[in-house]
Design a binder for this molecule. Sequence first.
Ligand SMILES: *Cc1c(COP(=O)(O)O)cnc(C)c1O
Length: 460
Amino acid sequence: MVSTFSPLLQSRHISHPIPGPRSRQLQEQRNGEVSSAFGAALPVFIDRAEGGILQDVDGNRIIDFASGIAVTSVGATNAFVQAKVAAQLDRFTHTCFMVTEYEGFTEVCRWLNAHTPGTFDKRTALFSTGAEAVENAIKIARSATGRPNVLVFDEGYHGRSLLTMAMTAKENPYKLGFGPFPEQIFRAPNAAPLRWPGGPENAASEALAAVEAILAENGPESFAAMVIEPIQGEGGFLVPAEGFLAGLRKIADAHGIVFVIDEIQAGMGRTGTLFASEHDGVEADLIVTAKALGGGLPLSAVTGRTRLMNAVRPGGLGGTYAGNPLACAAALGVFEAFEDGSLLANAATIETVVRAHLEPLLDSVAVVAEVRGRGAMLAIEFADPITLEPRADIAKAVAAACHAAGVLVLVCGTYGNVIRLLPPLVIGIELLEDGLRVLTAAIEQQAAEASRALQDAAAA
Ligand SMILES: *Cc1c(COP(=O)(O)O)cnc(C)c1O
């Protein structure tokens, strides 16, 4: 498909203070029409997006360190995705796969069966959203095992539907006021090294012991599934202590529990491998994907052992839009984009560049507690250097300063004290470095202000 647009300049540019006058006008209209329950990390309205740039309706060019939320990994105007979707748009937009079928659905399933970790025989089911896929993974695990219970983890995020809200750890804003929730959800500690009470070196073994204790207490034979993110996303880009995922895999095997890995945020090339669980050498029984899978179109999937995937009675899974033909076409474009390996290499390069900019702050800025993550899924956490008390105020001020300077960053973490970086894998290195200089300067400035405030308080 030939774009009618000229390429979007890959440089940061502020033509109006952000948000500009047109964005403010549109925001007012939005407030008069749209439920106020929808927040916006940066209230600007986007006109075009490409590579590492979001261009807003005021002509500002903003560096994109969000990719939606880890969705547009191959770029918001990827040529492979555009070509596939345009071709499909010409043929038909929808039939409903449960009514009459189309090949694209099978092709997406074939790719996922072949490329997800584990060489065993697999089947895939497609859906539209991440939460829907997680729910279906639970339906499959319960069907296959005949057991009710689900084990999830502190700091976990699995979606906003009723079941996935129950599985999500954080109360506000995800769950507050939306209960009662489904029962039979149990939560175990997550082996996040930084704040592990027994010290980082004991995080994996002690967290695994806690899992065993929860299972023993509630009867391991009543657990259908344990569900974990290979790197927790909303919870703060927490990389599990080495050996934790492998240990969970062993526990799941010992008790006949279906091991579900939620790769919705960390998967599809984000961390430099197609799936983040590859870093831990762990194979899930069921792997859940979404976000970057559809290249911007809504598509999600559950992929796993045939024995489990076929345990549900015919007709037991589905959905009107499940595996929509346009979304499947987009995913086939995403797979093409990953074929030559360059995007995975880009993720590794992004990690090197980001670490080179952010890691020196560990020594020079007292409130920087950790720089962590993998590939193009990296974060910086702010906390008191001695007590580790979370400093959400600093994360918030840094994000605001970045936004004002035309760099879109997102905050995450249970305490809201983590800034996460999720640039598109196609971002240019110069642009990446420009954004990182803005971020670094904002961190240095906020930290200096915080320490001045401390000194003033001590002097008073
Ligand atoms: C975003 C996300 C979900 C939910 O996906 P939706 O498409 O928003 O329903 C589930 N799990 C993880 C790890 C996510 O990051």
